[in-house]
Design a protein. Structure first.
Lengths: 219, 219
């Protein structure tokens, strides 16, 4: 494997796509062997890119034959860490929290939700995804008891930093943050900001320039 | 402005962050002038990067003085296209759809939701975010009547391609897709895949390698 630090972020972001596609091929389509062309074609990724991405992690597949679907799925799963189970908590039991808990894809990626918390008393005691919503004050114990390293924040913006502080205090090392604010965390904590506004704005940006181009052509 | 095609995607993705921060400075903190250092500091972006990002679009600010907050907000808003209103529809009125409709940030970004649709009869007639959920068959008329270019897909994976096809047929030009599948669309339609599994897997990837490193150190 190449020096891990030198692997492009875009490559790391494509690995889950490969993994899910291989999983589908193995479990639903009974495909044994796949070429980089097939795999890329299904994902809209050029075959050269597929080969390059995988080459960062070792030698897979045989030239002219392709990849063994089962082997490659297992290898990519191991690279990603989804071959293990990662206990996870979620704070913020609103619609977004519910949507995430319902999302079937997560278990396949190794995530196991062991606690859901909310500061609102009216939420406490509700069940979401089969898990009872607890008071935020109980978070620390759940994190300790289940050796949780992964926390999801789906609270309003104003509450997010405090929730993050509490998570880190309890022992969380990676935070998936849906609140539209940048969190301040120690260097050894990883944060992924899932900033939904960026998605919509990048589409608006494209629409807007398309419109400007059309207006220019018509003038 | 530089040739638009040559502007890095990462720059375009940072513009909404600048915009939201400038909006906060202007409307909630009464700040008139901001330096690239201040702006970057609030967002965890190096000041050199802030200046470089903005320089793609023109000359803003004055050396040694900083940026006029109101002017820069207006300029960035115009670049992004959020100074206009973009009518939008959403198909899939489940938890995720609800969470998106509730998200207050969107209106600020120029998005105006004019229709929510669901194939499930049990959903039709419910109100979400003050908008009545309609049958999917009514989508085309709503798109035409409101000149909608932007569509959001929050349906299950299996239904996503058909919904996308119907959207495009009706006149939608940009799709924000939350279903974990790649959509096949004509070249002139822009798709943004908001693939939630990638978020969680990139965190698991980091946790997993951290654990491997720790095990190596301890062995």
């Amino acid at each position: 494997m190449k020096d891990r630090e030198s692997i492009p972020k875009a490559t790391i972001e494509r690995l889950p796509l490969y993994y899910r596609c291989l999983d589908k091929l193995a479990n639903f389509e009974d495909v044994d062997v796949v070429s980089s062309k097939d795999l890329g074609g299904r994902l809209g990724i050029p075959p050269t890119q597929v080969r390059k991405d995988l080459s960062y992690y070792g030698e897979f597949g045989r030239r002219g034959v392709g990849y063994d679907v089962f082997d490659l799925k297992r290898s990519v799963g191991k690279i990603l860490g989804v071959d293990e189970t990662w206990t996870t908590i979620l704070v913020g039991a609103g619609n977004l929290g519910r949507a995430l808990v319902d999302y079937k894809g997560f278990e396949k990626m190794g995530m196991k939700l062991v606690g859901v918390f909310d500061a609102e008393q009216s939420m406490v005691g509700n069940k979401i995804g089969g898990i009872e919503v607890l008071e935020t004050s109980k978070m620390e114990k759940v994190v300790e008891d289940n050796d949780v390293k992964l926390g999801i924040i789906t609270v309003p913006t104003d509450a997010a930093q405090e929730v993050a502080d509490n998570m880190i205090e309890a022992g969380i090392e990676a935070i998936w943050n849906f609140a539209p604010t940048r969190l301040h965390v120690p260097e050894d904590v990883t944060v992924r900001n899932e900033d939904l506004a960026i998605g919509i704005v990048s589409l608006i940006y494209h629409l807007s320039w398309k419109k400007k181009d059309e207006e220019k052509e018509n003038s």
